[in-house]
Write a protein that binds this ligand. Structure first.
Ligand SMILES: Cc1cc2nc3c(=O)[nH]c(=O)nc-3n(C[C@H](O)[C@H](O)[C@H](O)COP(=O)(O)OP(=O)(O)OC[C@H]3O[C@@H](n4cnc5c(N)ncnc54)[C@H](O)[C@@H]3O)c2cc1C
Ligand SMILES: *[C@@H]1O[C@H](CO)[C@@H](O)[C@H](O)[C@H]1NC(C)=O
Ligand SMILES: *[C@@H]1O[C@H](CO)[C@@H](O)[C@H](O)[C@H]1NC(C)=O
Ligand SMILES: *[C@@H]1O[C@H](CO)[C@@H](O)[C@H](O)[C@H]1NC(C)=O
Ligand SMILES: *[C@@H]1O[C@H](CO)[C@@H](O)[C@H](O)[C@H]1NC(C)=O
Ligand SMILES: *[C@@H]1O[C@H](CO)[C@@H](O)[C@H](O)[C@H]1NC(C)=O
Ligand SMILES: *[C@@H]1O[C@H](CO)[C@@H](O)[C@H](O)[C@H]1NC(C)=O
Ligand SMILES: *[C@@H]1O[C@H](CO)[C@@H](O)[C@H](O)[C@H]1NC(C)=O
Length: 493
């Protein structure tokens, strides 16, 4: 057994004995009010809830109790008690946060949305009303018969917390971030008060802050979302799929990615480029690309957009006509949990030269060398998600969001690492190499990091277009700074 694994086990054993009396008090007061079905501190449902997070680092945290709300008023009751008792707490929806501590709490109260799964479509308003407990796979399947979909995630197993971090969907180039498609939010404030926030009511500031502000502005108990007409699964308005490239093609793929970001602004084009070092040995690249051909008779990907990527020698190419559900299912749910996971954000504007991408790759290679010897990594990946200007414009048309990115387009980078089975934390030397890489990575001034794909230590708010607004709005809705002091989440407010 590696030394760090041993230290980790000792540490987690010690932590699980640490008691938070305030949380224990909150738990019993909430249980008195809501009853033992909705508030649990042992048993099968508690164990499944406590250990259900995707990231092993979060699945290993042990809350004093879990609140399983069935309706908004349950969350109000819980939040009132937590606030009064001065207890630590966490909120979990789909459990896919890569950030340690953001969706579970050691010794605190966990509010877990697994029992709030209602979803419905209103044809008159063309909106989807959904509760936080659904995954994007569940929500998209439920909406498919109506020929519509929410602008959710790109992997079916991810949940609704995605919207609060901005949220990138395959529908985003044409329709904006997931958050841009929110019409109305039910929000439980820090003291348990319920408010309904929209783009133009008295909570418009809160509404905007929640569209990218993450978990720090209150707990959302219902989302009303604008629906996108995607067709049913019988319709196949997309052409696309996955291309896998061998190690010898990786540099060409990085160049092509740079050229794509620099030149492609068509909102009907979608791409996601993943450069992966797997098993610490082989580099490979994987590209997912799609084109919306609704109003053309095209059956191939347009070469003016994807030609360079298509011309690079590949080990496998699977480009077909697809329904939106098939587009979403291009990313399999993956191995759920069982290993640690960390992310890290970077950003290049469309003005950056190809050399900037090649430099990033060189620094990343250095990082992979540093972690290769540790035996702690299942894979490390450098992921590029182009955000065309059309995506930012779609958000502005809906009244703007917290991210407040400049026009012109950019690419969001994610250093996405999955540790080997059973390993929750990166070894210290690998973590140091990661921080070095994130510092070496060029950052285009004025462009935002993506909260859903950041390192927990990165101050994402500071990179947003309106940091002052975010700080001011936080102070307005949480004047005693209870949230930042009692729950883990993005730093900087
Ligand atoms: C395999 C994988 C694929 C991913 N793909 C994408 C993608 O395509 N697009 C993208 O944008 N991101 C993606 N991510 C990142 C992921 O979206 C974010 O981690 C997202 O926040 C997860 O939402 P969740 O509900 O599943 O997670 P959770 O961990 O439950 O929630 C994430 C955060 O939001 C908070 N939160 C959740 N619900 C609420 C609520 N109702 N009120 C207040 N706070 C709340 C939590 O406290 C936590 O801080 C992916 C992550 C993984 C692991
Ligand atoms: C969710 O749906 C069920 C069944 O339709 C209903 O009984 C319940 O009241 C709904 N919950 C909320 C919070 O709307
Ligand atoms: C518990 O609450 C008291 C006051 O109510 C506070 O002083 C103390 O810091 C709290 N403990 C923790 C661990 O938050
Ligand atoms: C596809 O493109 C057409 C316009 O060419 C647009 O009307 C439609 O909304 C797009 N579909 C999706 C799912 O984005
Ligand atoms: C990538 O681009 C750089 C400079 O832009 C060039 O020198 C290099 O030959 C390119 N590599 C490949 C494989 O195309
Ligand atoms: C697509 O093909 C059909 C049948 O051949 C034709 O009627 C239609 O005009 C074509 N549409 C476009 C946009 O080319
Ligand atoms: C190609 O993609 C389609 C649609 O996602 C899928 O059904 C099919 O199994 C894939 N084929 C291969 C060989 O992976
Ligand atoms: C490579 O990484 C090591 C530590 O992991 C660091 O000391 C060194 O400065 C890095 N070199 C470059 C060129 O980034």
């Amino acid at each position: 057994m590696k030394v760090y694994t041993l230290i980790q086990m000792l540490l987690s054993a010690t932590l699980s004995f640490a008691q938070d009396q305030n949380a224990t008090m909150a738990c019993s007061s909430i249980e008195n009010l809501l009853g033992p079905t909705k508030v649990q501190s042992s048993g099968l449902q508690f164990e499944a809830g406590a250990t259900g997070a995707w990231n092993l680092a979060n699945a290993q945290l042990r809350p004093a109790c879990i609140v399983f709300p069935l309706e908004t008023s349950d969350v109000q009751v819980a939040m009132k008690s937590i606030f009064k008792s001065n207890a630590r707490y966490a909120v979990q929806a789909g459990g896919h946060s890569a950030m340690e501590g953001w969706d579970n709490s050691q010794g605190g109260v966990l509010i877990l949305f697994s029992q709030m799964n209602n979803i419905s479509y209103n044809q008159e308003t063309n909106t989807i009303s959904m509760e936080p407990g659904l995954t994007w796979g569940e929500a998209t399947n439920a909406m498919e018969p109506f020929g519509v979909a929410p602008v959710g995630g790109r992997a079916s197993a991810v949940g609704t917390g995605l919207l609060l971090g901005g949220g990138i969907s395959f529908l985003s180039p044409a329709h904006g971030f997931g958050a841009d498609n929110i019409k109305c939010l039910d929000v439980v404030l820090v003291d348990g008060t319920l408010v309904v926030a929209t783009v133009d009511n008295e909570y418009a500031d809160l509404f905007r802050a929640l569209k990218g502000g993450g978990s720090r502005y209150g707990i959302v108990t219902k989302y009303e979302l604008y629906a996108v007409h995607t067709g049913t699964s019988a319709d196949k308005p997309w052409i696309g799929g996955t291309i896998v490239y061998p190690s010898s093609s990786v540099e060409a793929v990085i160049n092509a990615t740079a050229h794509y970001v620099q030149t492609v602004g068509d909102p009907r084009a979608v791409s996601l480029v993943n450069v992966i070092i797997s098993g610490e040995i082989t580099a490979m690249a994987q590209v997912e690309l799609f084109y919306n051909v609704t109003d053309t008779n095209t059956t191939t990907l347009p070469s003016s957009i994807f030609g360079e990527l298509l011309s690079i020698p590949a080990s496998s190419t699977n480009i077909t006509q697809l329904s939106y559900l098939e587009v979403l299912n291009t990313n399999p749910a993956g191995n759920n949990s069982g290993s640690g996971e960390t992310f890290g954000a970077g950003v290049f504007s469309t003005a950056e030269s190809t050399q900037v991408y090649l430099d990033a790759r060189a620094h990343w290679d250095n990082f992979t060398q540093a972690v290769a010897g540790t035996g702690a990594y299942f894979f490390t990946s450098l992921i590029f998600t182009p955000i065309p200007s059309s995506q930012v414009e779609a958000g502005r048309a809906r009244g703007g969001n917290a991210i407040h990115a400049p026009l012109g387009g950019y690419v969001a980078l994610n250093l996405g690492d999955q540790l080997t089975l059973g390993v929750a934390q990166p070894p210290p030397e690998a973590d140091e190499a990661k921080l070095l890489f994130l510092n070496q990575l060029h950052r285009s001034p004025g462009f935002p990091f993506f909260m859903n794909e950041c390192d927990k230590r990165q101050n994402v708010y500071e990179t947003y277009g309106d940091y002052e607004f975010m700080k001011k709005t936080y102070m307005k809705y949480d004047p005693t700074r209870f949230i930042v002091e009692h729950m883990s989440g993005p730093p900087g407010l």
